[in-house]
Each structure stands twice: as C-alpha cells, then as structure tokens.
Write a protein that binds this ligand. Structure first.
Ligand SMILES: [Zn+2]
Length: 374
C-alpha cells in the first residue's frame, strides 16, 4: 500500500506543494487519482471548461457515503507576509504551514487516509473533488453533480471537508448555510441647479429614505437553526463633484445574508415593494450567489456527531453560520453536512494546522465511515 495515502501528513504536504490557485490544478488531481487507484478506488477524471475534477468510488451496494472537497486554493497574497513558502508544505514544531493546510488539502488528506485505513466490507465510499470552489464554482461541483445524477452516483449522505471547527477540532458541524443576495439600485431623477429644486428631481432624496426603510426593516427573528437574516448597505454612490448641482442619478448596493424563511424571489419582491413608494421607476439588479439550505438534524447528522464525540469527547454544535460553500449545491441532491479542521487561519498568510489535528481528523473521518457503512 502507498505510504503517502495512509499517512495524512505526507499526502497533505504533497498536495500543498502543488500550486493549485483557482483555476490552476497544479497536478493535485493526478496525484489524488494515483493514490486513490492504489487504494482500490475507481477514478473518473472530469474536465469542465478549464477545471479539473474527479469522482472516485470504492465498494458497491448498501449505504453510499461521499466526501466532497476542493483541491484549489486562494492566492497566497504577498509572500513576504509568510514565515514559510506558502507552497512548501513545511512542518515546524508540529505545525504544518502553507496555503490549503486547513482549507482544505489537510482535510482531503485526512479523509483519504481514513479510507486507506478502513476495512470496507459494506457499502460505497466516494469522493467528489473539484478544482473550482474558491472561484466561480460553475465548472466544479455543479457539473459534477449533474454527471453523478446521470450516472446513478448520488450518495445517501455527503460530508464536505470545509474547516468548520471554531476553537477546537470537533466543536462545530455545519448543517446548513445562509443564502447570499446582492442588489444594485439605481434611481434616476432630473439634474438641476440646487437653488431651483422645483425644476429638478433629486434622486438622493428618494434613495436615502428608501435605504433607511430597508435598514430599519427586520426581515425575521431567526429560526431554530438560523440567526436572523441581515441586510447591509454596502455602498452609496453619487460621484457628484459639484456642490450646486442636483445629480441625475444615485446608486446603492446592498448584501442580504438570509435564512431559509426567504429566497431570491421573495427578497427581490420585497425590495421592489419597499422601493416603490420612494422611486417606482428604480432600477433593481439582483444577484443571488446561493439560496439558504438546511439539512434537518436526523439519523445521518446524529451518526456524524456521534463519531466526532467518540473520537474527541466533544459533542459538536450544529451550526448554520458563516459564508457559502459548495454544500449549497449538494443540498439540492442529498443530505449534506460540513465538518473539518479549525478554520481560524484559512485564507490568511501563514495558514497552518497542527499535524496532530490532521491525524485526529483522519481518525474522526474513519469513525464516520465505519458508522455509515456498517
Ligand atoms: Zn474551502
């Protein structure tokens, strides 16, 4: 058996030495394919657009557990801010440094080592690995799921290896995520001299009270699993250099992070309604980067939480906070939860994780596999 695959540290280091800043693959998927094939997985490599993806599966019949993850990473930023080469996979004092250490090459390595160390007698284990999570996410998980659906490979449950732990490994599992919607509002008035307002129509005087009404509105009070939805005005732009000119146009942008009480359609409708009394002709452009979703706690989440608690002694909190992830796509097909390393340093300079944590995560993933496939 390959030593790299059974030792999560060696595999994590090998992955981190590949420069896979989205959309580059940097050799990560070829490396994974070779290791997975050695472990008895059937690997299908799928390229969509300029993105490399792979699906690997082992076993047949029975329960089907999938691990989903991404090999791409965000750029390192200025390298002088790093203590070590962001693509060096260097270990110092038991800490592994480099881009992707916690988000999420470390977790991929931990899951593969868990599969390598599991005697699989029942069921199916699969991995859905994309190279497009940190980018547009259009040629990755979305297309992989279409392919999986067409080929009868949708799992019974999916664990996404995002770094969900907050302070201690095992403290948090994400069972849903809020949705995110951005909107741009343009109000057109009539330009004029500020001394003769009766001859003009000031769009700022329409925009400001409309924004005030939006900001003052309480979208909801939260739910059992979600925080209250929140609207933040992110920009108000007029760009008027003159002090005696009423401008012709005023623009604002806002972002709404919303729970499962709302969706793109309902929020768009609400924005139109709240704008109407102030500026019935306002232009409203909405972009929803992900709807809210929730995997209702049940048997599968209990198995995941139980495995974490057995391995760490911590009963994880089921949470829905934070930004969006590819789990939003997977949730359209099957129940999904996210669980991985402590994410404090993700996307930062000196991203790092303790080697002991990668090994502990591998042990947890092994317990998860065993509880699903027994
Ligand atoms: Zn990630």
């Amino acid at each position: 058996m390959s030593q790299t695959a059974t030792d999560p540290l060696l595999l994590a280091q090998a992955l981190m030495r590949c420069r896979s800043v989205t959309p580059a693959d940097g050799g990560t998927q070829l490396l994974l394919a070779a290791e997975l094939e050695r472990l008895g997985f059937a690997v299908t490599r799928l390229r969509f657009g300029n993105i490399d993806n792979l699906f690997a599966e082992r076993g047949s019949g029975g329960a089907h557990l999938c691990f989903a993850g991404h090999t791409d990473v965000v750029p390192p930023g200025p390298t002088e801010k790093w203590r070590y080469d962001p693509f060096g996979g260097i270990v110092e004092d038991g800490i592994l440094y480099g881009r992707g250490a916690c988000d999420m090459k470390g977790a991929i390595a931990a899951f593969i080592a868990a599969a390598a160390n599991t005697r699989q007698t029942n069921g199916r284990i699969s991995l859905l690995i994309t190279g497009d999570e940190e980018g547009d996410a259009t040629d990755g998980t979305v297309k992989m799921l279409d392919w999986a659906k067409a080929n009868g490979k949708i799992p019974d449950f999916c664990v996404v290896g995002e770094p969900t732990s907050k302070v201690q490994l095992g403290d948090t599992v994400k069972i849903g995520r809020r949705g995110s919607l951005t909107a741009r509002i343009v109000i057109t008035g009539r330009q004029g001299h500020s001394a003769y307002p009766q001859l003009a129509d000031n769009p700022i005087h329409r925009l400001v009270p409309a924004l005030a009404a939006m900001a003052a509105h309480r979208l909801d009070a939260g739910t059992e699993w979600f925080e209250p939805s929140s609207l933040q005005i992110t920009s108000v732009d007029v760009g008027n250099p003159a002090s005696n000119v009423i401008p012709a146009e005023a623009t604002a942008r806002l972002n709404i992070r919303f729970n499962d009480r709302h969706n793109e359609a309902s929020l768009t409708q609400w924005l139109r309604e709240i704008l109407a009394p102030f500026a019935p002709q306002a232009e409203l452009a909405v972009k929803c980067s992900g709807e809210a979703f929730l995997t209702k706690p049940g048997e599968a989440t209990a198995k995941l939480a139980g495995a974490i608690e057995r391995e760490t002694g911590i009963a994880p909190r089921l949470d829905t906070g934070g930004g969006t992830s590819d789990a939003r796509f997977i949730s359209r097909y099957c129940p999904v939860a996210e669980f991985g390393l402590v994410g404090v340093t993700m996307h930062q300079a000196d991203e790092c994780v303790a080697v002991s944590e990668i090994r502990k995560l591998s042990g947890i993933y092994q317990a998860v596999i065993e509880s699903f496939l027994k």
